[in-house]
Unconditional design. Structure first.
Length: 121
């Protein structure tokens, strides 16, 4: 299993990614932007607004999305890209498989998806 992607933590990084492409799926919104450093591992950041729910619900959405990203981004995301995953309220009730399909489709739509090198567990 590949290592989990590095995290985006600085506000400036989130704002830079927001200038790139965006795809909205039922459970999440994925923003992506290429970086200048060739061949570097993809990085990912997470955000969930207060509109989604209280702190418990927002944290649950973030945990679900982080688990998905740790599994899918190393396999499907193109190198030298930054991504921001924005959680939606539907992520609370969507199945893990449906959220995974949302993320894979979003990566394809952003044009940053690549074929996985290994099969998913």
């Amino acid at each position: 299993m590949p290592d989990a992607p590095a995290r985006l933590k600085q506000r400036a990084d989130f704002l830079r990614v927001a200038q790139g492409a965006k795809y909205a799926a039922p459970g999440l919104v994925l923003q992506g932007r290429a970086r200048a450093d060739d061949g570097a591992a993809p990085r990912v950041g997470f955000t969930v607004s207060k509109r989604v729910g209280n702190a418990v619900e927002r944290n649950r959405v973030k945990r679900r999305l982080k688990a998905l990203a740790d599994r899918l981004i190393p396999l499907y995301a193109a190198p030298s890209h930054d991504y921001v995953v924005i959680g939606r309220r539907a992520a609370l009730t969507r199945s893990h498989a449906a959220l995974g399909a949302d993320m894979k489709k979003a990566l394809r739509k952003l044009g940053a998806a690549r074929a996985p090198e290994v099969t998913e567990p």
